[in-house]
Design a protein around this ligand. Structure first.
Ligand SMILES: Cc1cc2nc3c(=O)[nH]c(=O)nc-3n(C[C@H](O)[C@H](O)[C@H](O)COP(=O)(O)O)c2cc1C
Length: 233
């Protein structure tokens, strides 16, 4: 009985608000289940788009406005990511959200010339993780990068729902990023996502403008899917 009372009382003091991510090394505290499962009921997210419309609306534009993003937006992006599924609920994703100009400059220097469109973005999100943070299956499968990718997809979708542009990039120098942001070797830096309000495509160079205006293309379904067949093409 005494344990039950303690359990209930301590439960009342568990952080009932959105997790605070201001410090890199802060000790993780679990968020109460109801917080992360009922964002709609809490009125945090306005569900005004059906899913397929949201997926279609995800912007591939490289045109960014430099208008800064406020803390509410940053918090919504973080909280959306945090809802991702992960192996054994290990939540192996780690992200550095950069809005500070000096730090942004360091990250921008690491981008390849082909990603110069991202220099205007007011937010760069660096996604990284570590093998040991997630499931390591005996037959050799590691899940940390899979789960980092799953979580990053939620960043893109939440950004879209907030009428932002979010474009992931693999085009950067890991060593420059590591050095500039002092990210230890033990972490694998796997993605940089540029996030911001959509800018004017006419300000892009001609190549990026044409790419940004082009229709999104996808394979016919039969390339990527089979239904009830184990025959190989
Ligand atoms: C892992 C990954 C790396 C990417 N790297 C870059 C990049 O360095 N530069 C870039 O402009 N786009 C990059 N992209 C964006 C893709 O080119 C884009 O998602 C793809 O062309 C499909 O277009 P869509 O996102 O508009 O559907 C990357 C996307 C992913 C998922």
């Amino acid at each position: 009985m005494i344990f039950f009372i303690l359990y209930v009382v301590t439960g009342l003091f568990i952080n009932n608000h959105d997790t605070n991510y201001s410090g890199r090394d802060q000790i993780a505290r679990p968020v109460r289940h109801e917080d992360v499962t009922n964002p709609v009921r809490k009125g945090v997210i306005g569900m005004n788009k059906d899913l397929i419309s949201l997926l279609k609306a995800r912007k591939a534009s490289r045109a960014f406005s430099s208008q800064p993003l406020n803390e509410e937006i940053i918090s919504r992006l973080m909280n959306a990511i945090q809802l991702s599924a992960s192996c054994f609920n290990n939540q192996p994703w780690r992200y550095i959200f950069l809005t500070d100009n000096d730090l942004l400059e360091k990250a921008r220097k690491a981008l390849t010339p082909g990603n110069s469109w991202a220099l205007k973005a007011p937010l760069l999100v660096i996604g990284y993780s570590r093998r040991e943070f997630d499931c390591q299956i005996k037959d050799g499968r590691d899940y940390y990068l899979f789960d980092l990718g799953m979580a990053t997809q939620l960043l893109l979708l939440q950004a879209t729902e907030l009428n932002l542009v979010a474009r992931p990039m693999a085009g950067y120098s890991v060593s420059e990023l590591r050095q500039g942001l002092e990210i230890p070797d033990i972490y694998d830096i796997y993605i940089v996502v540029a996030v911001g309000y959509e800018g004017d495509v006419n300000e892009l160079n001609e190549k990026d403008k044409q790419r940004s205006l082009a229709d999104r293309t996808r394979n016919p379904l039969e390339v990527n899917f089979t239904l009830n067949t184990v025959k190989w093409p």
